[in-house]
Design a protein around this ligand. Sequence first.
Ligand SMILES: Nc1ncnc2c1ncn2[C@@H]1O[C@H](COP(=O)(O)OP(=O)(O)OP(=O)(O)O)[C@@H](O)[C@H]1O
Ligand SMILES: Nc1ncnc2c1ncn2[C@@H]1O[C@H](COP(=O)(O)OP(=O)(O)OP(=O)(O)O)[C@@H](O)[C@H]1O
Ligand SMILES: [Mg+2]
Ligand SMILES: [Mg+2]
Lengths: 227, 227
Amino acid sequence: IIRLENISKTYIIEKVLIPALKNVSLSIHKNEYVALMGPSGSGKSTLMNILGCLDTPTSGKYFLNDKDVSHLSDNELAIVRNKEIGFVFQTFNLMPRMSAVENVALPLVYNGTNRKSRTSKAHEMLSAVGLADRMDHKPNEMSGGQKQRVAIARAIVNSPSIVLADEPTGNLDSKTSIEIMNIFDKIHKQGNTVILVTHEEDISHFAHRIIRLRDGEIYSDEVNPNP
Amino acid sequence: IIRLENISKTYIIEKVLIPALKNVSLSIHKNEYVALMGPSGSGKSTLMNILGCLDTPTSGKYFLNDKDVSHLSDNELAIVRNKEIGFVFQTFNLMPRMSAVENVALPLVYNGTNRKSRTSKAHEMLSAVGLADRMDHKPNEMSGGQKQRVAIARAIVNSPSIVLADEPTGNLDSKTSIEIMNIFDKIHKQGNTVILVTHEEDISHFAHRIIRLRDGEIYSDEVNPNP
Ligand SMILES: Nc1ncnc2c1ncn2[C@@H]1O[C@H](COP(=O)(O)OP(=O)(O)OP(=O)(O)O)[C@@H](O)[C@H]1O
Ligand SMILES: Nc1ncnc2c1ncn2[C@@H]1O[C@H](COP(=O)(O)OP(=O)(O)OP(=O)(O)O)[C@@H](O)[C@H]1O
Ligand SMILES: [Mg+2]
Ligand SMILES: [Mg+2]
């Protein structure tokens, strides 16, 4: 369902070219569970932003469910995202003036769900990530790991068929990390596609396939024999 | 050099009391190397903010170098921080409109260092964390792990005698994490005090003492026999 063909992404800072991704080609099928790893600065978040339709490549093609999305307008990308994709950002990107439950309900506001259903769905997601007692807190009234969990809850509230999570356990202790990985496992078993960026080998072992980036290119792509 | 006596910190959200720290007493001597661990929401960042003079306790006393700092004014706390303490924030807290080198030089602006010295010192620190080629980038032009390393460089540019680092390797791959831990090791060997929050057992093993929090209280406090 995901096919990248010769994807490149180059940033330009004061006339200096920064090739964040160089000719990346990749296929991911429905219901795969992929871990994306690699050194700091190797292009993982850049690749995730392209996969998540948050950014467009400098060159190359991206086919999502056989549809070429490489050159959609911002509005068209927003519609694809809301329908298909749940994204957990490396830096959370929560709305600072909204409470946890309002933040989690936001994707449901965009797709027209009525107030009663979206509040109950948001409550359910926050309980699933262990934040039942933090529903009305704003982001600056929560710990780092609590904010990370609100970002996770928001990404999955819409039951997306593709979940993209960029370092979802970076701020979580082992016990809470395992609870989050169990949630992703459940989502995967329900037939969905899960792609996570992690720098922790323990977390990568939950995935069925491990892709490693280095300097903007795919360095290795292997099956995990014992997920 | 750090003595906490019956420190409590309670937040109030819409009339609900949230006891983030309950009666924490703790002594840390000069040149100790401490890892602070515990579940998400257990009070680690709250404790670090008090240790770092970024926040004052609701009750209890904090003696820093034998001076009671529990009730200093914001200005007085700022002076103590700038002189003695280097703080790496869990969410980086970089100035969005400044480049990496400007961000790292900021503590030196506050203590009156001349422009030439602070630019060369900031360059030195950024090279030490592997960011020589990202000096002029702004935070939104960098990867998560690069931002984390700018935050680390800024915390140590002033050669503080106490380094407080809240999840400094949360966004870093293993190789880069080891480079950062080597920097903290070097700072420790120079006679300074290092206190880091981490959720990764591997990282905690660099420290000489491991303190675990649970629900705002100290759960265990042990020496690490093999740092
Ligand atoms: N400004 C605030 N207002 C209200 N509650 C807060 C505030 N900051 C923190 N809290 C609450 O205090 C508790 C301790 O928070 P703290 O940030 O110290 O946890 P932590 O151990 O650093 O967690 P993590 O590992 O997730 O970063 C949490 O339950 C959090 O919700
Ligand atoms: N908006 C931008 N403008 C300029 N350069 C950028 C921008 N975003 C990222 N970069 C650069 O592109 C490269 C890849 O960044 P990316 O965020 O994809 O790395 P990453 O693998 O996610 O790293 P990390 O593990 O540190 O999060 C980095 O060298 C970074 O400095
Ligand atoms: Mg990243
Ligand atoms: Mg914290």
